[in-house]
Ligand binder design. Structure first.
Ligand code: HSE
Length: 431
């Protein structure tokens, strides 16, 4: 029997325990695993999963130091004590399975250096895309490709909010409250709605796909708070839907191996493969040479789907332990061995087409003034639409051709100083 120590019995921990306790008609390897201890915050809390009372403990250190346990499954979430417990488990010679994207995105180098030294695996399939297999495919099945891009909808909460806003014209705050009632969004929704969760996830995918560590603070990140129903409606008329995209792209034309790495709400053409990914679902579109495009789609969060990914990692480790007796020589396809950090291109240097909505006084010549500011900064316009707004105000929606972000921002800075411009409520990039 392979003994497992489970840290955390929340939504994903409960789903994981349910699979491990019910191996019937699943892979036979599951019958060779046993949950030895479960670390929880409170012994009194009622639990939906039936576990012997005496295997629960609040002493998490005693689990990572238990000599009988060979695999630690960290499902606590948050940075601490999760990071310290993962490192302690590794140093005690235990393999680790974790769904903790926040820890992996920030401490990947430290954790994998410790794992290589200890000769143990740290597997993270559940950290990105919930139940969607994406980590192992990137490491193994797609390993022969030169990757060009990884573009994903990797946050279910924001995708649910944007889908509801699009389908029912509901405003952001109302949908957010509904998402909180349904348990999709946290009481403090910032990690999701400000794009931080998606930034953690794309930094992990980019590390694997492009073969280098990523400094988490290098990921450019904007959330969805600025997106209003008005932008969704204008986007729709122009042939787009709005999605929070996480984008990692290698710049093949460059001499150096620099990456684009960014998270922001994006106008996506309706015919794009990611345009119809709705609700809490996630999808990741990977493009490589010679593969072309492949898309991974499915439930990006939730107890069962995420637990499915956790248990697949546990099975992987057990399969290796069974076949090799020990893991002294680590499978290089399963554990990263790169040492360098990827260089990330500053957002100002990237080029995009931009959508911008202006609120202005409805006076003769305003569109001309906006056009002049754009023209003087070498920003070429694809379309300009003026819509009557409220009383003497007008709403002007502009879509540019591809332009370097630095030049676009210079133009916007000048336009914001025009007397007729009252507000610039929304600027979005177009993919
Ligand atoms: N909060 C995440 C989401 C789920 O909304 O996608 C866990 O990664």
């Amino acid at each position: 029997m392979y003994q497992i120590g489970l840290l955390g019995l929340g939504i994903v921990g409960t789903g994981t325990a349910e699979i491990l306790l019910n191996p019937s008609r699943r892979n036979p390897l599951l019958s060779e695993m046993k949950i030895k201890r479960v670390g929880v915050r409170s012994l009194e809390k009622p639990r939906s999963v039936q576990l012997p009372r005496d295997i629960l403990t609040t002493d998490l250190d005693s689990i990572v130091n238990d000599p009988d346990i060979s695999i630690i499954v960290e499902l606590l979430g948050g940075l601490e004590p999760a990071r310290s417990l993962i490192l302690k488990a590794i140093r005690a010679g235990k393999h680790v399975v974790t769904a903790n994207k926040a820890v992996i995105a920030r401490y990947r180098e430290e954790i994998y250096a410790a794992a290589r030294k200890a000769g143990v695996y740290v597997l993270i399939e559940a950290a990105v895309g919930g139940g969607i297999p994406i980590i192992k495919p990137l490491k193994q099945s797609l390993g022969a490709n030169r990757l060009q891009s990884i573009v994903g909808i990797v946050n279910g909460t924001t995708n649910y909010i944007l889908t509801q806003m699009t389908s029912f014209g509901t405003d952001f705050e109302t949908v957010l409250r509904k998402a909180q009632e349904l348990g999709y969004a946290e009481a403090d929704p910032s990690a999701d709605v400000d794009g931080l969760d998606a930034a953690d996830k794309i930094s992990i995918l980019a590390s694997i796909g492009f073969g280098g560590h990523i400094k988490r603070e290098d990921v450019y990140c904007e959330g969805i708070r600025q997106v209003s129903s008005a932008d969704i409606t204008y986007g729709d008329r122009l042939g787009f839907v709005i999605k929070l995209l996480a984008i990692a792209r290698g710049n093949a034309g460059e001499e150096s191996d620099r990456l684009e790495l960014r998270v922001h709400p994006t106008l996506v053409p309706k015919e794009h493969p990611l345009a119809n990914i709705n609700g809490v679902n996630n999808a990741i579109l990977v493009e490589g040479d010679p593969l072309g495009q492949v898309m991974f789609y499915g439930p990006g969060a939730g107890s069962g789907p995420t637990a499915s990914a956790v248990v697949s990692d546990i099975m992987n480790i057990v399969a290796i332990l069974k076949s090799s007796g020990n893991a002294a020589s680590l499978d290089p396809l399963l554990i990263p061995n790169h040492q360098h950090y990827c260089q990330i291109i500053p957002i100002e240097e990237l080029s995009s087409s931009f959508y911008t909505r202006f609120i202005s006084t409805d006076l003769p010549g305003v569109i001309g003034q906006i056009g002049t500011c754009f023209g003087e900064n070498q920003v070429s316009l694809k379309s300009v639409v003026q819509i009557g707004f409220q009383e003497a105000d007008a709403e002007i929606v502009v879509v540019t051709h591809n332009v370097q972000e630095k030049l676009f921002r210079q133009a916007i800075e000048e336009i914001s100083r025009l007397e007729a411009i009252k507000d610039i409520p929304c600027v979005l990039r177009v993919i």
